[in-house]
Design a binder for this molecule. Structure first.
Ligand code: CP3
Length: 347
């Protein structure tokens, strides 16, 4: 079984020879090879030069010996083709210069220029040409809520006051904004699939800021549309958010093939809540990677025990690898996942 088919089969809840593993943010600042590229290029330059984006993607996947490679890109890239400028300020994260707040702001957003994002598809084509069917290739995009929150707040946020104010007070405008995002994201995801992505991950990183009612009323319908549209392009969808324990049953209603779990919810309890009706991905706390290898091994085994060999588990972290994470500890996790499978075979 190739790593690629192992990963894809797990997404579809088919039996595999061992649990596939990859990491959120597996190419990033914790990795010296990425830092070396980053010294000469900005984040956006790397994203926009398919050769560089492909190189960073491939280097990380090979160094970690994981089952899937996630394309190096950023969640906010579609903003540019919608007419919103942004930049990454050192230590501050993304800054959107003119946040979207009014009906006019929303009316001005373009939805017909997703072709300008072709550089991401081109990078995927390069990664696909390199790995062929050996590794799973993951494309990604943001979910409507998480992207809308960046557009409206102008960057990261703690309380989402502007976002929720628009949502509550002007639900028609809110809906119009989300529909515009979906129109762009569906084209963008389709380009990635046509270029060779085997799976699309939809990042709803900050959905956990919503109550169950608000998620259902204001976010679920458009998110479901996006996920269905991506699936219609012929690939499984992984839907991921953080702090989502109470939202999981509603997130499942999107019809996503796989739900990403963070570490605050035990994997077995979460999967049970989902009636085992979809695959799950996760869910080691990324900060565990700062512990010693014995503790990491114990935590990896606990997660695999909780999955219980049931088809449809993809090992991952509960959120992205953070800067200064020791690379060898990430490699240890891959080793521990394999060790566990080897032991099961000998039992
Ligand atoms: O291998 C990989 O997974 C990396 C590819 C990747 C990046 N961004 C590159 C990047 C992915 C999957 C993303 C997604 C992304 N971008 C998300 C959702 C992911 C999640 O963790 O839930 C979000 C919220 C963004 C927006 C974004 N981009 C933020 C908030 C930041 C700043 C974070 C920080 O720590 O400074 C970025 C910058 C960014 N995107 C970096 C990388 C590797 C780090 C900055 C750099 O290299 O200069």
């Amino acid at each position: 079984m190739t790593a690629g088919s192992r990963f894809l089969r797990a997404c579809l809840r088919q039996p595999v020879d061992r649990t596939p593993v990859w990491f959120l943010r597996q190419a990033g600042r914790y990795m010296p090879e990425y830092q070396a590229v980053r010294r000469h290029h900005s984040l956006l330059e790397i994203c926009k030069q398919p050769k560089l984006a492909a190189e960073v993607t491939i280097t990380a996947a090979e160094k970690l010996d994981v089952d899937a490679a996630i394309i190096f890109a950023d969640l906010l890239l579609p903003f540019e083709c919608m007419g919103l400028d942004f930049e990454f300020q050192a230590g501050e994260g993304p800054v959107i210069h003119k946040p979207v707040r009014t009906a006019d702001d929303i009316a001005r957003l373009h939805t017909d220029r997703a072709a300008e994002l072709g550089y991401v598809a081109e990078a995927i084509a390069r990664v696909a040409a390199h790995f062929k069917d050996r590794l799973g290739i993951i494309g990604f995009c943001g979910a409507p809520f998480t992207l809308a929150s960046y557009m409206i707040e102008g960057g990261g946020s703690r309380n989402y006051v502007h976002t929720k104010t628009l949502m509550y007070r002007q639900p028609d405008l809110w809906r119009r904004l989300l529909d515009k995002l979906v129109a762009v994201l569906r084209d963008y995801a389709r380009q990635q699939v046509e270029a060779g992505a085997d799976v699309i991950q939809v990042f709803d990183s900050w959905a956990g800021a919503l109550s169950v009612e608000d998620y259902r009323d204001y976010v679920l319908p458009t998110t479901k549309t996006l996920i269905r549209d991506i699936q219609a392009a012929g690939v499984p969808v992984i839907y991921f958010g953080v702090d989502t324990a109470s939202l999981l049953p509603s997130m499942r209603q999107t019809g996503a093939d796989v739900l990403g779990l963070d570490w605050r919810v035990p994997l077995d309890a979460a999967w049970h809540t989902l009636d085992y009706a979809c695959a799950v991905q996760g869910n080691l706390d990324p900060i565990t990677l700062f512990a010693d290898p014995d503790l990491i091994r114990r935590r990896v085994r606990q997660i695999l025990d909780q999955a219980g060999g049931r088809p449809g588990h993809i090992f991952n972290l509960g959120h992205g690898i953070v800067p200064n994470t020791p690379v060898e500890n990430v490699q240890h996790v891959v080793k521990f996942v394999r060790e566990y499978a080897a032991e099961l075979r000998h039992d």
